[in-house]
Design a protein around this ligand. Structure first.
Ligand code: FBP
Length: 702
């Protein structure tokens, strides 16, 4: 029986040594709070001014010209440091300002440093400047829910992850009523400038607000935030203006460390395939960066699948004088075959384990699924508009929703002009598993985006992979390779002659292959018995020797999986040194843009892929970056997202290394250990590897 504890818990908890163990104020936290990110050279001057950079041009969409007339002609602005200036400039720069800031969309590491940078710069320019945080995202603007940010609040959040200082939300200011409400509230609160820290949709919002508030003299500045890494800006000639949104590096490194740990576990325990879904609503940037950091056995890149062309199908269709549209882009079925082939090849060299990275948004790039998503977006948006109600409130269960779709399909037979959903769509949709149907029918977010993070993408793919592996196993085309030495040793130990049984059991016996592969015909104990009898190795009534049964069992694979999702954890991680420094400088840039009267601009750091001494703070006009996209079933003007460029050096490296990382050969795996997130130092891996490779690739091309 354990001895009864005699400690006085109250006294124990007051003990300074116990308190040093239980305190939340860890040394890591203290180090972070104290860290002062280095700044770009221009910010060492007391003032800054803007300089037009007309050499950067954009392909402007006519809809952007029409809808955003007051900000469409904004140029790229360079920020220049000034030691002194004329009095007019000084007066404008130092004029007292009330600035409002809001986080919008998902958290991204570094957001607090944007606020800290802005706060420090504005207090340096004029200690009477005031900074207000809108609480819970754009909803805070509509509700006038605001908090004044002071030194204590800022200092308690420096270099820390999350958006907890003022919280965030996904409300969209997308109607005339909401725009008017935003204007009235900003005016009531005497806001001179509004800063929107957000992703593509939030910067779209920033552009429309800048247009709307232009006449009121309220400036609006955007900041490129999102772990997804899909805000990247180039001008029309390919000059990189913003290589990456903030938060991407930290999230990728956080995911990479966890996935690298799984690589270690997997190659030790040798019994699981780890299926790792990583965030990134549409683009596969995070998946690709994780692949570069970790070298997993497989990494799917959505953009590559969309680009796939099935030459065999095209030729077949050509011979039949038809067109096979399914030959363009990879189908889910084909994708599952590609994954299975890789799993089978590793099994043949004895590696019945591994790690697969699947980007969250992969289904967006699968033609057949994309068609469903667009059709369902349209159906839901049309229903809400026609009935002035909510589709999901009216059709609560999956059965209700399926019923409604069935009715639409029935109507389509009567009126083919109105058929977004026809009987073929309905039949195909009814063929997919219920959990996936439910996923495809889930509520869209406030921007009308399909919520990929809510869909069990990995389960959909895994289901198909499992089915196909089963078929291959039944056909005898999925086996575990076994080492000849083990086979010889095992049989000899039991007094049996390996050479007597070997040719019957293995299709490559007596070759120099490093792994023995069981014959295709041996798919069960029954077929093993039949073969041994047929080849007269055993008599009809002898039964299979136990050691032969053991050898056979060792050749039969069990596909065991563990599923993981990496997303919210990385979004909340404390920022890397790179993200801390990047975001602090973004905050300083925001103030320079405001102090120099800019509006409709997005703060950015040019040359981010290079060393800090080459970083150039700039303002990028948002309006020229916009194009038309389907949202809530309609075309809307939005900021264009950047997906993975399959012609980029970084992607080409991933493609070239894929076979090596698969390691479907005897010998060790090729996993890379990125290690934990480092907070100090400025070495090559302290910035995204994709950026470094793209920069090196561009240099090589020059
Ligand atoms: P942002 O584009 O707002 O930065 O959010 C990105 C993201 O983290 C995606 O990777 C993910 O699909 C989505 O947010 C999840 O959204 P939610 O927080 O609403 O679950």
């Amino acid at each position: 029986m354990p001895a009864k504890s005699t400690i006085d818990l109250n006294l124990f908890l007051k003990n300074p040594k116990v308190q040093s163990v239980t305190t939340s104020n860890t040394s890591d936290l203290q180090e972070r709070l104290k860290f002062k990110p280095p700044v770009c050279e221009v910010f060492n001057h007391p003032y800054t001014r803007l300089e037009n950079a007309p050499q950067y041009e954009f392909q402007i969409h006519p809809a952007a010209k029409e809808q955003l007339p007051n900000i469409i002609n904004n140029p790229v602005e360079k920020i220049i440091g000034l030691d002194s200036g004329d009095d007019d400039h000084k007066n404008t720069y130092q004029q007292q300002k009330n600035i409002g800031i809001v986080f919008s969309g998902g958290p991204a590491p570094g957001g607090h440093n944007v606020i800290a940078g802005l706060y420090d710069a504005m207090k340096k320019a004029n200690p009477d400047n005031r900074l207000f945080g809108f609480i819970l995202g754009p909803e805070g603007i509509l509700e006038s829910d605001i908090i004044e940010l002071n030194q204590d609040i800022i200092d308690a959040h420096r270099n820390l992850g999350g958006f907890s200082m003022i919280k965030t939300g996904r409300t969209k200011i997308d109607s005339t009523d909401k725009m008017n409400m935003a204007r009235e509230n900003c005016k009531k609160l005497n806001i001179d400038a509004l800063v929107i820290v957000g992703g593509d949709d939030s910067n779209t919002n920033a552009a429309f607000l800048a247009q709307e508030l232009y006449g009121d003299g309220i400036q609006v500045i955007g900041v490129p935030k999102t772990i997804d890494g899909d805000i990247q800006v180039k001008d029309k000639n390919g000059a990189v203006l913003c290589a990456m949104s903030f938060g991407f590096h930290t999230a990728a490194r956080a995911f990479a460390q966890n996935i690298s740990n799984l690589c270690s576990d997997s190659s030790s325990d040798v019994k699981y395939w780890h299926i790792c879904k990583v965030m990134g609503r549409v683009a596969s940037h995070l998946g690709m960066e994780v692949a570069l950091q970790v070298h997993p056995n497989m990494c799917l890149i959505g953009e590559e699948l969309a680009d796939y062309i099935d030459v065999k199908r095209i030729e077949k269709a050509k011979a039949e004088k038809t067109t096979d549209y399914t030959a363009y882009g990879m189908t889910l079925r084909h994708l599952s075959r590609v994954i299975c082939n890789a799993i089978v090849r590793r099994a043949e060299v004895g590696k019945n384990y591994g790690v697969i990275v699947i980007p969250e948004g992969i289904l967006e790039f699968i033609n057949e699924i994309q068609v469903f998503i667009i059709k369902l977006n349209t159906i839901i948006a049309e229903y809400n508009q026609t009935h002035d109600t909510d589709f999901h409130a009216d059709f609560v269960t999956l059965d209700d929703k399926l019923d409604y779709l069935r009715r639409l399909a029935r109507f389509s037979r009567e009126d083919t002009n109105l058929s977004v959903w026809n009987t073929r769509d309905d039949d195909l949709f009814n063929d997919i598993p219920a959990f996936f149907q439910e996923g495809l029918l889930i509520e869209r977010d406030s921007h009308g985006n399909f919520q990929f993070s809510q869909v069990e993408t990995e389960k959909v793919i895994l289901g198909l992979v499992q089915d196909y592996l089963k078929i291959r196993q039944e056909q005898g085309r999925y086996k575990i390779g076994i080492k000849p030495e083990w086979y010889h040793k095992t049989l000899k130990k039991e007094g049996l002659d390996p050479d007597y049984y070997g040719p019957v059991l293995f299709k490559n016996y007596n070759t120099n292959d490093p792994f023995l592969l069981a014959r295709d015909s041996l798919v069960s104990k029954k077929t093993l018995n039949q073969e041994l009898v047929k080849k007269q190795v055993i008599g009809k009534n002898d039964g299979i020797p136990p050691v032969i049964q053991r050898v056979f069992k060792a050749t039969v694979p069990k596909f065991k999986t563990q599923i993981h999702f990496y997303g919210y954890d990385g979004r909340g991680n404390d920022p890397t040194w790179f993200d801390c420094t990047y975001t602090y400088n973004l905050g300083l840039t925001v103030f320079s843009l405001i102090a120099n009267n800019a509006t409709g601009q997005m703060a950015a750091i040019k040359n981010l892929e290079k060393n800090l001494s080459d970083w150039e703070p700039i303002g990028i006009p948002i309006a020229p970056l916009m194009h038309l996209e389907e949202r809530k079933g309609k075309l809307a003007l939005v900021l264009e997202r950047t997906i993975v460029d399959i012609e980029s050096p970084a992607f080409k490296v991933v493609k070239a290394m894929r076979e090596k990382w698969l390691a479907a050969v005897p010998g060790p795996d090729q996993y890379r250990r990125p290690g934990p997130i480092r907070f100090s130092g400025n070495s090559v891996d302290s910035k995204p590897l994709a950026l470094t490779l793209n920069n090196l690739g561009r240099k090589t091309e020059d």
